[in-house]
Design a protein. Structure first.
Length: 180
């Protein structure tokens, strides 16, 4: 077969690398698992990366559902972590840093419907999903834009934290209980 290139599996081996990044109550905890790289005959094996984000904060923008060109529904909202959510306060020098805002895109129909029904602006929420970068061409300037967002697909989770529950006193296992 002309033009077809074959490689034996002993020369290259693809292993997956799972790196997870936890952002919990505004504090960033970085945790990475072991990356396996095998070297054979001077060739380093290729590996793929996988990023997971765990966000616990307050909803900034109420969830909005959008219908894509292919007919699928995506629910989009923002979550703020840490810092001061209301930036209209002036004068004090020892104010906390501004909140860090995270864009959440829910690609799961069940979780998207849950987000629209249960989440509202300023409600505390626990979100677990994949970190992805969406690339698109800006129609006005023609530039290529990259937007990092947390995508919730089949393996993602959302939990509305009830009023009266203190997130700082809850264990990680308690937060994961009752997730959709």
């Amino acid at each position: 077969m002309a033009g077809r290139m074959t490689m034996s599996s002993s020369m290259t081996e693809r292993r997956s690398c799972r790196k997870s990044m936890m952002i919990f109550s505004g504090r960033s905890l970085s945790r990475s698992l072991t990356v396996w790289i095998r070297e054979e005959v001077g060739v380093i094996a290729a590996f793929t990366g996988y990023l997971v984000a765990i966000i616990c904060g307050k909803v900034g923008q109420a969830p909005v559902q959008k219908i894509l060109r292919n007919g699928r529904t995506v629910t989009i909202f923002t979550v703020g972590t840490g810092g001061l959510f209301d930036q209209r306060t002036f004068g004090a020098k020892d104010l906390p840093k501004p909140a860090q805002w995270h864009r959440i895109a829910v690609h799961n129909d069940t979780l998207g419907a849950y987000a629209v029904q249960q989440l509202s602006k300023n409600s505390p929420v626990y979100v677990e999903g994949d970190i992805e970068t969406r690339v698109y061409n800006d129609s006005i300037s023609g530039q290529v834009k990259n937007i990092p967002e947390i995508c919730i697909r089949r393996d993602g989770r959302i939990r509305l934290i009830k009023i009266g529950e203190s997130v700082s006193k809850m264990s990680f296992e308690d937060l994961r209980e009752g997730l959709l």
